[in-house]
Write a protein of this length. Structure first.
Length: 406
């Protein structure tokens, strides 16, 4: 199903000693902070307020500005040095986390203040995401992109397993405020690592109005038909997957095997993500979009397991397989985008890709509950799993997607 070949990529040890090495360190620490923040902030707000409504407001405040400002963030990352964007955004996140920590440690919790800080944090994220996606081609050779993204995926999946665990322990032992203080420290360390990247980005080229950059970015995005097709596919994949998996998955599995059963499923899935990201460091896929789409169909298997069974051990096994497929799909897409899109437009194209893909997520989360109430959670999961696999391979009907090589 895949073509593997030795394209003489740079050895991992040499890759990690170069400019990419400092980015890898900074990105790993950054991801550790992000994975801790998601859990620590949620638990800290619940610990301080005891209100699920407060938590919903804080999480919404964090997500909304990311969606609103994402395109602006992409334009900024294409106008100035992406290295600078990453340093500034990590310092800004460290500051907001530190203020949150002080508020909670001193028992001065106030919903409006915490939500306001979450709003700022979400806005900062809108600038860091496009810069992170755009900077990798500046740090490695074209033939090393897949290997570099596989290394980044390996660190990401590792900290996704460890980060929430560490955050939970900190909240339980020393309190949510101190857990957020630890988060703030990780962002400071990430910023320090990014300062060590020598000559990471091209000189600034901000000689046009920002709105003109946004229009030009849209023109580049729209002109690359295979990018548009893939983005539509990702939006549909999110629509059929995110809501059913995050809402119906725990409902069905917990109903059969309790909360521990669902926790086990998530852990096993994370192991699948990590295993394949490590394996992906060793292989080169010559038709990445074709191979990524074929592997990506495996990510629909967990929904089929929820719909057909719902038993924790069956869903966990399916989630492991799904994790393998999801990882290949993500790495091949990121590498292809970085290799094929002009560097000066990459962050803007990535921002349009992210925004249009993400918009389907809240719609999926809102729709899945009523659908499950009408047709049953298992039936909806099964249909969504089948639909997921169909929309995953549908882009292969396009010749550009099917035959694109890197």
């Amino acid at each position: 199903m895949t073509d593997t070949a030795s394209a003489r990529p740079t050895p991992v040890r040499s890759l990690l000693k170069g400019r990419f090495g400092w980015f890898f360190v900074g990105r790993t620490v950054d991801l550790a902070g992000s994975s801790m923040t998601t859990v620590a902030l949620a638990l800290a707000v619940l610990q301080a307020s005891g209100s699920a409504a407060d938590l919903g407001i804080v999480l919404a405040a964090n997500m909304i500005p990311t969606l609103v400002l994402l395109l602006v963030g992409g334009a900024v990352a294409d106008r100035v040095r992406r290295r600078t964007v990453l340093i500034v955004t990590n310092l800004a996140t460290a500051a907001t986390m530190a203020v949150l920590a002080v508020i909670l440690i001193t028992n001065h919790y106030d919903l409006s203040v915490v939500a306001g800080l979450a709003l700022v944090n979400g806005g900062v994220s809108a600038f860091s995401q496009p810069a992170l996606r755009g900077i990798v081609p500046e740090l490695v050779e074209r033939h090393d992109l897949q290997r570099a993204n596989a290394l980044l995926a390996s660190s990401q999946n590792t900290v996704r397993i460890l980060g929430p665990m560490v955050a939970s322990v900190l909240v339980a032992t020393v309190g949510g405020g101190w857990a957020l203080a630890a988060d703030a420290a990780t962002y400071l360390l990430a910023a320090a690592a990014f300062t060590r990247i020598p000559g990471a980005s091209r000189p600034p080229a901000a000689n046009k109005a920002l709105w003109r950059d946004l229009v030009d970015g849209w023109s580049v995005f729209r002109s690359m038909r295979w990018v548009v097709i893939m983005t539509i596919s990702f939006a549909l994949v999110n629509a059929f997957n995110v809501g059913p998996w995050n809402v119906l998955g725990p409902q069905v599995v917990s109903g059969n095997d309790g909360a521990v059963g669902w926790g086990t499923v998530q852990t096993v899935r994370a192991v699948g993500l990590l295993v394949m990201s490590v394996v992906a460091v060793k292989i080169v896929l010559r038709r990445p979009l074709r191979d990524g789409r074929l592997w990506g169909t495996l990510a629909g298997v967990p929904l089929l397991a929820v719909g057909l069974s719902g038993d924790a051990w069956i869903v966990a096994a399916a989630a492991f397989v799904g994790g393998l497929g999801f990882t290949v799909a993500a790495i091949t897409w990121e590498s292809t985008l970085q290799a094929a899109v002009p560097e000066e437009s990459l962050s803007r194209v990535a921002a349009y890709d992210d925004l249009l893909s993400y918009l389907a997520i809240p719609l999926s989360q809102l729709a899945v509950g009523p659908l499950a109430a009408t047709y049953g959670a298992k039936k909806v999961s099964l249909v969504c799993g089948i639909a997921f696999m169909v929309v995953c391979v549908a882009p292969l009907l396009n010749r550009d997607v099917r035959n694109l090589r890197t």
